[in-house]
Write a protein that binds this ligand. Structure first.
Ligand code: CMX
Length: 436
């Protein structure tokens, strides 16, 4: 058994036993109460699932296995330039709860290199799609098409014990993550660069190689990709992409079909697609104002115009967070270190000064602060990755790390089919009447 799998096997077996005892003793203990506005309000705040890999605090933001993003920047082994953490390390941390050594991170890289053989039919499936098909549609189809490789699906069909489900899911997870940069880069090059593909470079790490296959060779961009693919990886379990992956996985769909479903959720404009919407909105604003260097007053007018048209300001607001998103702050820190003079980055910083008081003034927006999607586009544009319809695919490659690590845990802990209760509005009216 490989060393990561061995560690996971031991840790998950121990937790499974512990949780079994806990449930036996405290199974009837109340952990939450649900009020009517939550039933109608997208189940905000309702505690109804277990997610080992990360936890979100409304004020502090995300912690991966207890570590904040700035802490992880110090702790996780970094890329060749010594600047940003390698996502391989975050995956190790999320899966087994230990900060990996540089050797362990190199081991993950080597594993993903070896496992990154994308089946030929996946490229054929992609080539059969129109080149103007949205990259997220291409991405979800390609991931679903890799289902043919699922070890879990094969082992399940042969007959496998519930206790052993996690083991082929671990293999699927490692194989799928290994292939994602190749698939995602293939989509980018066929959509925007006339199908001129770039062969992987086996000397590079997972994120560096992805940057290389996209065709952006700048060393700083490789560094950005390490940061980007680390900070987007997980945001506890209730967000739409994570929850969808979990829900579909709970039916014992394999890792490929579950992730493909999760990516369809990420493709919505209120979730991951917001990263494309932000930069699109900024470009439209600059065009409407006729300048690349708008004043704060001009930006405020444009924000008010957007709101008066009944639209949201993309990149602002969050279902859980009530402070600026530390993932936004991490990208701002990167931009301050590398891109202080960039016009488009400066526009993002001005928007950050202008938007929160306007949203606050509406009196209904619970979080007027920027989320993860408010900054990323401007940085990508600076390095030449201007095709914003592609941005959510980058988010998706990263999100796979968290949701698949979590899926290993769900199978190892024997999590059941998810099936919450729904009621009709008639039932609710009767219930309220009976209470009064
Ligand atoms: N601009 C304008 N209005 C906003 C707003 C924004 N950025 N954020 C929230 N609101 C509005 C809501 O639309 C809602 O209005 P109605 O009552 O008229 O329907 C009201 O404020 C209350 O919403 P909320 O409780 O503050 O926010 P929700 O939890 O319902 O929604 C989110 C959260 C992210 C969908 C919302 O803030 C939004 O639409 N933001 C813009 C899209 C975006 O950036 N999404 C990316 C989020 C991060 C991610 O998942 O990747």
């Amino acid at each position: 058994m490989d060393p990561l799998k061995q560690k996971f096997s031991e840790k998950s077996a121990a937790l499974r036993i512990e949780l079994k005892a806990l449930l036996k003793e405290y199974g009837k203990t109340k952990v939450d109460e649900v009020v009517l506005s939550q039933v109608f309000g997208g189940a905000r705040g309702v505690k109804m699932m277990v997610w080992e890999t990360s936890q979100l605090d409304a004020i502090e933001g995300i912690r991966f296995r207890g570590y904040s993003i700035p802490e992880l920047r110090d702790l996780l082994p970094k890329g060749e330039d010594g600047l940003e953490p390698r996502p391989e390390g975050l995956f190790w941390l999320m899966l087994v709860g230990e900060v990996p050594t540089a050797e362990e991170v190199e081991w993950v890289s080597e594993q993903w290199r070896k496992r990154s053989v994308v089946p030929e039919h996946v490229f054929k499936v992609l080539d059969s799609l129109p080149t103007d098909a949205h990259p997220m549609m291409q991405f979800t189809i390609a991931i679903a098409a890799m289902h043919s490789e699922s070890i879990f699906a094969k082992r399940y069909a042969e007959g496998i014990k519930k206790m052993d489900y996690w083991e082929p899911i671990y293999e699927d997870t490692m194989n799928l993550i290994a292939c994602l940069p190749r698939v995602a880069a293939y989509i980018y090059r066929r959509t925007y660069h006339n199908g001129q593909h770039i062969a992987p470079d086996p000397t590079l790490d997972w994120a560096g190689n992805f940057a290389h296959m996209l065709g952006v060779e700048d060393k700083e961009f490789k560094s950005l990709m390490r940061l980007y693919l680390t900070i987007h990886a997980d945001h506890e379990g209730g967000n739409a992409s994570a929850h969808t992956t979990h829900l579909v996985g709970s039916t014992l769909s394999d890792a490929y079909l579950s992730l493909s479903a999760g990516m369809n959720a990420l493709a919505g404009p209120l979730h991951g697609l917001a990263n494309q919407e932000v930069i699109k909105w900024i470009f439209e604003m600059l065009e409407a104002l006729g300048t690349n260097n708008p004043t704060k007053e001009q930006i405020a007018d444009y924000v008010n115009k957007t709101l008066s048209e009944g639209k949201v300001i993309p990149g602002y607001g969050h279902a859980v967070l009530r402070q600026p998103d530390p993932r936004f702050t991490a990208q701002k820190r990167f931009a301050e270190e590398h891109l202080k003079e960039s016009d488009i980055v400066n526009v993002v910083w001005k928007i950050f000064e202008v938007v929160p008081p306007i949203l606050e003034g509406l009196g209904k927006v619970k979080n007027p602060w920027p989320n993860v999607d408010a900054h990323s586009g401007a940085i990508l544009v600076h390095y030449g990755l201007k095709e914003y319809s592609y941005y959510t695919v980058l988010f998706g490659v990263s999100r796979a790390l968290g949701v698949l690590a979590a899926m290993c845990w769900s199978r190892a802990l024997g999590m059941p089919l998810e099936r919450p209760k729904s009621v009709t509005s008639g039932w609710i009216k009767d219930f309220i009447a009976s209470k009064s």
